[in-house]
Design a protein around this ligand. Structure first.
Ligand code: PGA
Length: 252
């Protein structure tokens, strides 16, 4: 059966001592917090991955990166390879976040290559998809998300797909305070699961965790996570405060 996952995407936030503080707060609070079967993941900026992964050995969270290069090691200034991430003893990596798609013009084909790099190095991709506002207003959200899933992921074998986590993040809900309604989230998550079932069969689809992202906070997490196809959240702003993040993680 699929896992409940709550992952924090810190994006480009926190200086070193603030990052250290937040990690320490999480470690301390997790000692007395019951998360049940929910897997907690934090995805700090790459500079702080080691800081986080040192602590994760002793505590109840896993660590992920926010992005990875599509290339093998080599002359790619500023990039971080899957080989390097594997050596940091982390487990997950976000790929295809809408901010990377929008500001760095990442295509579904590049995202597919990043997914391949991660799988080659035993890291689990958290693959983001989601439509922008104009696409939703034109009722094109299903078409857009289908293209992202098919072009980004459907070259994988069923065995490889078992390591994929999907995050549906409607771009109009990210950082805007405007959350998708539980019905909108459920509708899209069920659609994504049906695409996976069609391609890989019901068992693979049932075992795939599909997270919701976009202005998820303690006040709305419960009603989002109550939906049968919403298996957790990818949390931006609210993951920067230990209490809010842990409150969301306790919303199942
Ligand atoms: P948000 O970001 O929770 O701040 O809306 C979510 C994300 O971009 O992953």
């Amino acid at each position: 059966m699929r896992k409940h996952i709550v992952a924090g995407n810190w994006k480009m936030n926190k200086n070193f001592s603030e990052a250290d503080d937040l990690i320490n707060q999480l470690v301390e609070k997790l000692e007395s917090t019951d998360l049940g079967d929910t897997q907690l993941i934090i995805c700090p900026p790459a500079l702080y991955i080691e800081l986080a992964s040192d602590q994760s050995d002793e505590s109840y969270f896993m660590v992920g990166a926010q992005d990875v290069s599509e290339h093998d090691n080599g002359a790619y200034t500023g990039e971080i390879s899957a080989d390097m991430l594997e050596n940091m003893a982390i487990d997950y990596c976000i790929v295809g976040h809408s901010e990377r798609r929008a500001y760095h013009h990442e295509t579904d084909e590049q995202i597919a290559r990043k997914v391949d790099q991660l799988l080659k190095h035993d890291l689990r991709p958290i693959v983001c998809c989601g439509e922008v506002l104009e696409e939703r207003e034109a009722n094109k959200q299903f078409e857009v998300v289908k293209r992202q899933i098919v072009d980004g992921l459907f070259h994988l074998t069923a065995e490889q797909f078992a390591d994929i986590v999907i995050a549906y993040e409607p771009v109009w809900a990210i950082g805007t305070g405007k959350t998708a309604t539980p019905e909108q989230a459920q509708e899209m998550h069920a659609y994504i699961r049906s695409l996976i079932a069609e391609k890989y069969g019901a068992e693979v689809a049932d075992n795939t965790s599909i997270l919701y992202g976009g202005s998820c906070k303690p006040s709305n997490a419960k009603e989002l996570f109550a939906n049968p196809d919403v298996d957790g959240g990818l949390i931006g702003g609210a993951s920067l405060k230990a209490d809010d993040f842990l409150a969301i993680a306790q919303s199942f």
